[in-house]
Design a protein around this ligand. Sequence first.
Ligand SMILES: NC(=O)C1=CN([C@@H]2O[C@H](COP(=O)(O)OP(=O)(O)OC[C@H]3O[C@@H](n4cnc5c(N)ncnc54)[C@H](OP(=O)(O)O)[C@@H]3O)[C@@H](O)[C@H]2O)C=CC1
Ligand SMILES: N[C@@H](CC(=O)OP(=O)(O)O)C(=O)O
Length: 344
Amino acid sequence: MSVNVGILGGTGAVGQRFIQLLDGHPEFELTTITASDASAGKAYREAAKWRIDSPIPEYVGDIEVRATDPSDVPDDVDLLFSSLPSGVAADVEPKFTEAGYVVSSNSSNSRMADDVPLVIPEVNADHLNLIEVQRDERGWDGALVKNPNCSTITMVPTLAALDNFGLERVHVSTLQAVSGAGYDGVTSMEIIDNVIPHIGGEEDKMVTEPKKLLGSFDGSEIVQHDVDVAASCNRVPTLDGHLENVWAETAEEITKASAEAAFAEATTLDLPSAPDPLIEVFEDPDRPQPRLDRTIGDGMQIAVGGVQETPAGIQYNCLAHNTIRGAAGASVLNGELLVEDGWV
Ligand SMILES: NC(=O)C1=CN([C@@H]2O[C@H](COP(=O)(O)OP(=O)(O)OC[C@H]3O[C@@H](n4cnc5c(N)ncnc54)[C@H](OP(=O)(O)O)[C@@H]3O)[C@@H](O)[C@H]2O)C=CC1
Ligand SMILES: N[C@@H](CC(=O)OP(=O)(O)O)C(=O)O
């Protein structure tokens, strides 16, 4: 089976990751790429300033970039991935869903909207059923599905595993790579020999998004999980890979061994981009490290290490590739789930 797919905002940093991940994909055939009016009409290789360390696939370089407007996208595109700036996406994505397109979006707008599924397939695949509510309420023929923020997605699969013990409270401190801010996001003068202890809006996303992701769908709405999260977000001079230090408290007693077993047994799915295992547990106390471990499982696995008991619960470090598992790979995996579940 081959599904024709397109990318909204395909010339940007995340758009380029989409192109890399879709090259040779067993289910998806990339036929359409959109960007701003400044890029529309140009061949992709002229429009995009390619920054990924593998060449632009030959057929992609020849694709003519289209305007980001439903009238410019062919009707035979079955699924759109979105990596637009969130302000643009907020305006444009509903136009595509109204026109009948299914949009798997990485942009942060509408993630917390009541009728928008926010999905990590291994954690809350059933939340996709919220699409029926969305279609009823908005009168859309298409659908809008979101993946979470890259720092949230690094941590939440580990929290889902610990919820077997009754997750109550989480403290997290992040060490986030510069690619998360986009290519022009942080200047070298700001970040070399430095750490910036603030990333606008990030802490709030880490506090709110896990409650929705770990919540349950009752047939009409998401009942949010009551876990309390406190987050401190820091930009550090790594290129890719968000490392996070997590302290979790659970209702039931938890030990290093039981936590590691829960991580190792985390749900895996039979989807093309789903890693197995989902969580790789390291015993070496100095792992995971961004440079060494961000590409495990083709960038889709979550690496965990440094598991220790604390007086209140458990402490550990987790790591994921922020532009693969944390962005483009997350949207592609959601797209695979949308196909598997018959929404596309
Ligand atoms: N960078 C990262 O690691 C992560 C980014 N994200 C999120 O993903 C989204 C994209 O980020 P990123 O790829 O870094 O952004 P970029 O700025 O690199 O790319 C933005 C894309 O959107 C297009 N675009 C910009 N303005 C318009 C417009 N008015 N109409 C149509 N298209 C437009 C650009 O086209 P053109 O080339 O023509 O300007 C480009 O294709 C953002 O919402 C970001 O927050 C999420 C997680 C990680
Ligand atoms: N804020 C993230 C990247 C990002 O764009 O997140 P979001 O998808 O929530 O906008 C970072 O700086 O690493």
